[in-house]
Design a protein around this ligand. Structure first.
Ligand SMILES: [Zn+2]
Ligand SMILES: [Zn+2]
Length: 479
């Protein structure tokens, strides 16, 4: 199906390419850009080149069978048979009566109605809806002028051919005829895109469509020619094989059937080349690509993953830092930047981001997670400490509860030198003394800390409790 695949997701068709880095990206790698703007390369920041969602759309020549099946879906089948039934019924009823003219008018109305439906098929397909929509009445009431515009177009082209024959003779007339036959599908497609008679009659626009589709346009023309040949052959065959009445019904059916096949094909060509034609599609082809199992990070982080894969982890860290400023709640980015900082051995960034992350988690009241972040951070950088005194104390409490007393004691050490005005120092040091005594039997150190509290915070509310605990420690020491 797709000829070019993503460098990082080898099973995904590529949607964008960087000419500078020579990298192809899938839609999972590159966030959907704002309309009318090209996304930029995650590695070098230059504009990416679109490979066209054509790279994701199966080319029409690889799904020819689908065009022949389309009219057999319930809705088109129902509409086709309703038209055939109404048409042949009316002809049978009034053909030999004085109401012959009336039946002609009714037939014409039916044909216009069916032409309208054929345009619905063309436009839906061109928008990427590859199966028919369910029947609703507005299939026929909405935008009813379109088939009349097509009719007007036919008359206009007929007029041109007639005039050329009349004024310039036989050869020129046939030339005009051939040119018009060749441009008719493009003109129909322009009409479907623009809904404008004058656009569909504008040689410049028609020529642009043909040029942008390129060689496949000729291929499509060949197909359309074969389809019309198949139609007339099958109709001739029906006439010879069947009774006139049955043949009439089947003739009508095959005519309408090939009409839908043709419009489905033209719609699909518009869909396949919508990007070249500047035609917007409702269903981006992405949804037709297989879901990506290789995906590990959320869309915002993919650019940074690519930078890391390209060995540009410092840029990745920079990008993550910017992302965190924009989205402080992006925990994934915050976890990621710490890993990248460790990878880069960037202590400054590691400290800054680690401290900010922990403060963020405290703000969100996620102390357990903050304790985990601290554990990981201190595992990389022994000097790492949370930036606020109360964060250190609360993390220490959490660590102690989780049986990490050693780490907790370290976290509380020298709190008074770093945060002289912190009013929680007596409580923090009492906690440290308890851990030293209970977990490490370091009574001497515990006593020293408790005495320090009594000396420097003599009027603190915790003084009685500190004195009590000092008494316990001293008693233990005596034993
Ligand atoms: Zn990718
Ligand atoms: Zn690039």
């Amino acid at each position: 199906m797709a000829s070019i695949t993503c460098k990082y997701h080898v099973h995904m068709p590529a949607r964008w390419a960087c000419e500078h880095c020579q990298i192809n990206f899938c839609t999972d790698c590159i966030a959907i850009p704002k309309p009318g703007k090209l996304p930029s390369c995650p590695v070098c920041q230059r504009d990416l080149t679109s490979l066209g969602s054509g790279n994701l759309v199966t080319p029409f020549w690889q799904r020819l069978g689908r065009f022949f099946l389309y009219p057999f879906y319930p809705t088109p089948l129902l509409i086709t048979w309703a038209m055939v039934g109404a048409g042949t019924g009316i002809v049978a009823l009034f053909a030999n009566s004085t109401l012959g003219l009336f039946s002609m008018v009714v037939l014409l109305v039916l044909l216009v109605g069916f032409a309208k439906y054929a345009y619905v098929v063309l436009e839906d397909t061109a928008h990427g809806h590859l199966t028919p929509r369910p029947y609703t009445n507005d299939l026929f009431t909405d935008n009813m002028v379109l088939p009349f515009k097509q009719l007007a177009l036919m008359f206009a082209f007929g007029g041109v051919i007639f005039t050329v024959f009349d004024m310039f003779g036989y050869t020129m007339g046939w030339l005009a005829y051939t040119v018009i036959i060749l441009t008719l599908p493009a003109s129909t497609m322009v009409l479907a895109m623009e809904h404008s008679f004058f656009s569909a009659f504008n040689p410049l626009l028609i020529f642009t469509v043909i040029k942008r589709i390129g060689l496949p346009y000729l291929f499509m023309m060949g197909l359309l020619y074969l389809l019309s040949a198949a139609l007339s052959t099958s109709q001739a065959l029906l006439l010879t094989l069947l009774s006139p009445k049955v043949a009439a019904i089947l003739l009508a059916f095959t005519g309408l059937y090939f009409w839908l096949v043709t419009f489905n094909l033209m719609g699909y060509v518009l869909y396949q080349y919508h990007e070249q034609l500047g035609y917007s599609v409702e269903i981006e082809a992405e949804v037709h690509a297989q879901p990506n199992a290789e995906l590990t990070v959320s869309p915002e982080l993919r650019a940074t993953e690519i930078l890391i894969a390209e060995g540009k982890s410092e840029q990745a860290a920079q990008r993550l830092a910017e992302l965190i400023i924009d989205m402080p709640g992006n925990v994934e980015a915050r976890e990621r930047i710490l890993k990248v900082a460790r990878l880069n051995n960037d202590l400054v960034m590691h400290t800054k981001q680690g401290q900010e992350y922990i403060s963020y988690l405290f703000h969100e009241n996620k102390i357990g997670l903050a304790a985990k972040v601290y554990q990981n951070a201190v595992g990389f950088d022994k000097q790492f400490r949370p930036v606020r005194a109360h964060e250190r104390v609360e993390i220490a409490q959490m660590l102690r509860a989780n049986g990490q007393a050693k780490m907790a004691v370290t976290l509380l050490a020298n709190l008074h030198t770093e945060f002289p005005s912190f009013d929680g120092i007596p409580a923090a040091y009492l906690l440290a003394a308890k851990m030293l005594c209970e977990h490490f039997s370091d009574d001497a150190k515990a006593r020293q800390i408790l005495q320090f509290v009594l000396k420097y915070y003599p009027s603190h509310a915790l003084v009685p409790e500190v004195q009590d605990y000092l008494g316990v420690v001293e008693k233990l020491a005596v034993k």
